[in-house]
Ligand binder design. Structure first.
Ligand code: HEC
Ligand code: HEC
Ligand code: HEC
Ligand code: HEC
Ligand code: HEC
Length: 208
């Protein structure tokens, strides 16, 4: 059991290195084209199915009034285990976060770089494997985002460059399983920090 576990972590470390290498190879030219579809990362490396799916009419109604219901995820993923126990960096999974507007959500292929050898008996991992086998993306539901009526444009990269911690906008992810909306990103929230840090508060900085 002990050796199996140690072996599992060994595989995790190797796979993490492979992911880091993949990032270098994939670099960022795809982003300067402004076309996430022309992603340099191999197919399946990032999930493109990203549904705002409303499970019920009530959810749709709340979303219309910008009150999103809690997301229900297809896999019982855990941030805590991957961040605390394994010490992974956000950017290994959210590969776009330092290079463009979208942080992006990892696809099944990223999970399976480790999980083809780690925790293979776990029923959640079996679900991930079968998505990959069927050639389907994992239909993760959105947690953050603005109502289209607010016409907000947001870009991660300048924030990461300016050293703004993920925590300021997403709370402490080391404490959660799947993501939860823990910070209410109102206009006041954005503008207050922009004033504090001397970033632009022109309407057109954040609105289109
Ligand atoms: C860098 C390697 C690596 C990657 C990439 C990775 N995992 Fe893991 N994962 C692990 C390790 C190591 C464990 C801990 C296994 C243990 O404790 O026995 C784990 C544990 C888990 C568990 C079980 C958690 C628990 O309750 O103990 C689930 C579920 C899981 N991972 C899902 C995923 C999903 C979904 C993805 C893709 C979004 C993913 N993992 C990506 C290495 C990885
Ligand atoms: C200044 C606030 C802010 C910071 C700092 C920030 N985010 Fe975000 N994040 C957002 C907003 C706003 C959205 C929703 C964007 C939208 O829907 O247009 C978002 C969305 C996301 C998403 C959903 C997928 C996507 O591409 O939109 C992920 C994943 C994410 N952030 C991860 C991160 C990580 C990792 C960091 C740190 C490296 C980080 N964020 C730092 C504000 C922030
Ligand atoms: C092993 C891969 C992995 C790592 C590492 C990881 N995440 Fe995630 N993250 C995911 C997956 C899978 C989801 C989709 C499920 C969910 O919403 O929790 C997600 C979702 C999110 C979301 C919600 C996006 C949205 O709007 O739907 C945020 C915010 C986020 N992650 C932030 C972070 C931050 C900050 C870090 C580093 C401290 C981090 N993540 C590290 C895999 C990862
Ligand atoms: C905790 C502080 C903080 C918060 C919160 C914050 N920002 Fe920023 N924002 C910054 C900093 C610092 C910069 C970088 C300014 C620079 O590069 O000169 C920036 C830059 C930007 C830029 C790029 C501006 C440019 O000139 O390219 C946009 C767009 C933006 N923020 C939108 C938002 C939105 C929308 C929100 C709310 C969801 C938000 N920000 C919340 C600190 C913050
Ligand atoms: C730093 C970013 C930022 C700047 C600068 C900014 N806004 Fe906003 N604004 C937002 C965000 C984010 C929201 C959405 C908040 C939410 O969903 O709760 C918003 C929402 C709004 C809304 C409400 C839309 C709705 O949901 O009905 C109006 C109107 C608006 N902004 C006008 C302005 C005007 C006018 C200016 C310039 C004086 C401005 N904003 C400057 C970030 C910004």
């Amino acid at each position: 059991m002990q050796t199996k576990r140690i072996l599992g972590y060994g595989v995790a470390v190797i796979a993490a290195s492979v992911l880091v290498w993949g990032r270098f190879k994939a670099a960022s030219p795809s982003y300067s084209l402004g076309a996430p579809e022309q992603d340099a990362v191999s197919p399946g490396a990032s999930s493109r199915v990203y549904t705002p799916a409303h499970r019920t009419f009530g959810d749709a109604w709340r979303d219309f009034f910008n009150r999103r219901g809690e997301a229900v995820q297809p896999i019982a993923y855990t941030h805590q285990v991957h961040l605390v126990k394994i010490g992974m960096q956000c950017v290994l999974c959210h590969v776009g976060v330092d290079s463009g507007p979208d942080a992006r959500i990892p696809g099944a292929q990223v999970c399976m770089t480790c999980h083809q050898a780690v925790a293979t008996d776990n029923p959640e991992i079996k679900k991930v494997a079968s998505y990959l086998q069927r050639g389907e993306e994992i239909p993760w539901q959105r947690v953050y985002g603005f109502s289209p009526f607010a016409h907000v444009k947001f870009n991660h990269a300048p924030h990461v460059r300016a050293g703004v911690d993920c925590k300021a906008c997403h709370g402490d992810m080391t404490q959660v399983t799947v993501a939860r909306r823990s910070v209410d990103m109102t206009m006041g929230f954005c503008v207050d920090c922009h004033k504090l840090k001397g970033a632009s508060i022109d309407c057109t900085t954040c609105h289109f």
